[in-house]
Design a protein around this ligand. Structure first.
Ligand code: GLA
Length: 756
């Protein structure tokens, strides 16, 4: 059957999906051969998605390949995007198959750029050439595009879904094998993003344990820049987020810069908590492509006939307000669409966590004593960290044995939990479900449950091994003990930790050619356990922790309410980490504890007010040893926790402006967050070892309503005496405010409230 369509237009809630057939014909069961045979005179389909301030378009070229056409600021509703035309051969060395950008390039024909898909067939064939079959709207702003190899029964469905508000596009692929024999998928990206030739800067996040969230910025030059994790998990070392800024301020040369509040930015984040890879490539024709998804390193997913492999989702968005605009879009999107309590996640309770105070030395009396002190300063949730279970005295034993240690808690957890409740707080508990110490009952019973290659060493890290969650019995064991723990105890919160990366990732329970599926099945089972737990215990909230920020990504964030960004709680180091973190993730999920001074990591001494203000930029927690606090400390903390509660919704849900970055040896750091309704702004300012008497520069605020009147009140510190108590948004943004802040590790914070 043939359908004759001039134009179909779907529009809902400001987003539109336009299937523009440009007067051409599209057969419903369009065979690749027929598409390939289409003559140049016959117009080919163009697909357009609009949302927020962005437009994304791609089309089918005359050879039947799916080709990107446009990604950027929103185009006019009636603008016609010209049909796709493949690029010519660039010398005999680069065939049109490699010069033509593709939406999802398969390795085959003469492709030399990064492929999205690479497959080996049972007969040894490794050539895959995908052609367009059909496009089907899957929702008002969503589209499924079916591609097929030119001769083999390999089908790829590309999924597109545009968010009406943010213009963030969700892309993923599903690879289906309808051949008679199994195939081996060796590379499977979630999506490829293409930008036309121009001068660009790349921003990305790297780090290490206790040093996560370093923002790197560099010009995109010829060749490839790879950021990845081969660790079986997201990793501290790089985070699956990127931003590409267009630099047109120096068209004739000069350094390539990324603007914080101006200029075009394209960004993306991968929703996957396993090994991942981004390849940012400037091709021989100067186009820029980002390919991201499963890490192809050691990858090999055996796909039996009739089965399919779904990739994670790769989200991409666009802002013309610089990196600041890009992160504000992402923050809103995470809150509205990713987090388990989306679109309206509760502000995080102010927590107390025992780890830095008591480490493994937890017991009933000790925890109850600290809980009393925590309650007295306004803490809402008391979390007992590591040490409460099995034979856990240090990190050499106990992981895997999730029964309550009867020496430390002779009457179980109930007395402590009851005490915490009586103090007006809810109770949270630390677990590390995917791990086992060789010195544990679980390991003695099931040594075969860990990732390992039989007959080979089992490399330990922190004296522990990784349980192979891909095994159904391990998945059931983990779900079982967590379910029991949550059923038998009144627990409101789990801190879910994960303190090492994979080694020797063998899975000898399945045939040799299926063992590499562990990279996918492990993570799927992790997500399945989290989903099932949340379903069965809907009131329980969960934190993703991995020795700090080793597992933070949009995949785990669908199941966890918050994350632990770093084990490094030094308040000054945290400023730079929080700055980096905020490029990709909302402050709503960014837990930040106030701990002891001098700090254990670098012996830096800071005032309690400085430490409090550093942490108050995210979701506040206290991790200090309250047994060592004096009356003044308690009074300061109580006052600032009360102030925090009053402005927390603005801080964690508002629009963040990084007014002065602490990066690059800056003497200052300033953030401002403006409530969505512009009724309130909260500003945090810090100095670090200012020199030559220099004071904090004049602060010109952002994002206020220029015509509204705002009243100034200080949370900590003060302004110059001649600062008005109340002035217009225009005044605070243009005239600005002088805090007269200088010296070592000083901090101030104030709020502006709209006067009605
Ligand atoms: C990890 C976490 C810490 C703490 C310890 C406990 O390092 O990041 O916050 O929970 O484990 O062993």
């Amino acid at each position: 059957m043939k359908i004759h369509l001039k134009m179909r237009f779907f529009s809902i809630l400001g987003a539109s999906l336009l299937l523009n057939f440009l007067g051409g014909r599209l057969t419903e069961a369009h065979t690749p051969a027929a598409t390939a045979a289409a003559t140049a005179a016959q117009a080919t389909p163009v697909f357009r998605l609009d949302g927020g301030n962005s437009t994304y378009a791609f089309g089918v070229n005359e050879r039947g390949e799916l080709q990107p056409l446009y990604w950027g600021g929103r185009l006019g509703a009636h603008d016609n995007i010209p049909a796709a035309h493949s690029f010519p051969e660039a010398a005999s060395f680069d065939s049109p198959y490699t010069t033509t950008p593709q939406e999802y390039a398969s390795w085959g024909a003469g492709l030399f750029t990064e492929p999205a898909l690479k497959i080996t067939f049972a007969d040894g064939n490794r050539d895959v050439v995908l052609k367009f079959v059909r496009a089907t709207p899957s929702g008002p702003q969503s589209l499924d595009v079916l591609l097929k190899d030119i001769s083999r029964e390999i089908y790829v469905t590309l999924r597109y879904s545009m968010d009406a508000e943010s213009g963030i596009l969700a892309r993923s692929a599903s690879i289906e094998n309808k051949e008679k024999q199994a195939v081996l998928v060796e590379q499977a990206a979630a999506a490829q993003w293409t930008l036309p030739p121009a001068r660009y800067a790349l921003s990305y996040l790297t780090g290490r344990w206790a040093g996560e969230w370093t923002l790197n910025q560099e010009p995109i030059a010829g060749g490839e820049r790879v950021i990845e994790s081969r660790r079986g998990t997201t990793g501290h070392q790089a985070n699956p987020w990127f931003a590409i800024s267009r630099d047109d301020s120096h068209a004739g040369g000069g350094p390539i810069v990324a603007g914080e509040e101006h200029g075009e930015v394209w960004f993306g984040a991968l929703a996957w908590s396993g090994s991942w890879r981004f390849t940012i490539e400037k091709t021989q024709l100067d186009a820029v492509r980002v390919t991201g998804g499963f890490n192809p390193f050691d990858f090999g997913y055996k796909l039996p006939p009739g089965e399919h492999l779904d990739t994670p989702i790769f989200y991409g968005g666009y802002s013309d307000h610089g990196l600041g605009g890009a992160s504000r879009l992402l923050h809103r999107f995470e809150i509205a669409h990713i987090l388990p309590q989306a679109p309206d996640p509760k502000p995080r309770p102010v927590i107390y966590n025992s780890w830095e105070a008591t480490e493994f030395r937890v017991d009933e009396a000790g925890q109850e004593a600290i809980a009393e002190k925590a309650a007295s300063i306004g803490v809402n949730r008391f979390v007992m960290d590591d040490g409460w279970f099995g034979q856990r005295k240090d990190d050499h034993a106990g992981l895997g044995d999730w029964y309550v240690n009867s020496e430390k808690f002779p009457h179980g957890l109930k007395p402590l939990i009851d005490k915490v409740h009586s103090l007006g707080m809810d109770f949270g508990l630390w677990v590390e479900p995917e791990m086992v110490n060789p010195n544990s009952d679980l390991y003695r019973k099931h040594p075969e449950w860990v990732l390992n290659f039989p007959g080979r060493p089992r490399s330990e890290s922190r004296n522990q091994l990784v349980l192979n969650l891909a095994r159904p019995e391990v998945r059931d064991y983990i779900f079982g003990f967590l379910d029991k723990l949550l059923t038998e105890n009144d627990i409101a919160f789990l801190k879910w930790d994960y303190n090492r990366n994979w080694s020797e990732p063998g899975w000898d329970q399945v045939p040799a050619d299926e063992q590499k599926r562990v990279y996918v099945e492990f993570i799927r089972n992790l997500y399945a356990i989290l989903a099932e737990l949340r379903k069965k215990h809907p009131k329980v909230e969960i934190e993703s922790c991995s020795g700090g920020g080793g597992r933070v990504d949009l995949g785990i964030l669908r199941y966890t309410d918050e994350v632990w960004p770093s084990d490094n709680t030094d308040p000054f180091d945290r400023l730079a980490m929080q700055d980096g973190f905020s490029y990709a993730y909302t402050p709503q999920i960014m837990m930040a504890w106030v701990t002891d001074s001098p700090h254990w990591l670098n012996f830096r001494a800071t005032s309690l007010a400085y430490r409090m203000l550093s942490s108050m930029q995210g979701s506040l927690g206290i991790g200090a040893n309250l047994n060592k606090w004096n009356a003044e400390d308690f009074a300061t903390a109580k006052r600032l926790i009360a102030a925090y509660h009053a402005v927390q919704p603005t801080i964690v849900r508002g629009d963040l402006y990084r007014l002065i970055s602490p990066r690059g040896g800056s003497e200052f750091s300033v953030t401002e967050t403006v409530a969505r309704d512009k009724n309130q702004a909260v500003v945090f300012a810090f100095t670090q070892a200012t020199q030559e008497g220099r004071g904090l520069p004049l602060l010109q605020l952002e994002g206020l309503d220029p015509d509204a009147e705002y009243k100034l009140s200080f949370i900590e510190g003060q302004a110059r005496p001649d600062t008005p108590v109340s002035a217009s948004g225009a005044w605070w943004m243009r005239h600005g405010i002088d805090l007269d802040l200088r010296g070592d590790f000083r901090a101030a914070a104030f709020q502006l409230d709209r006067q009605h």
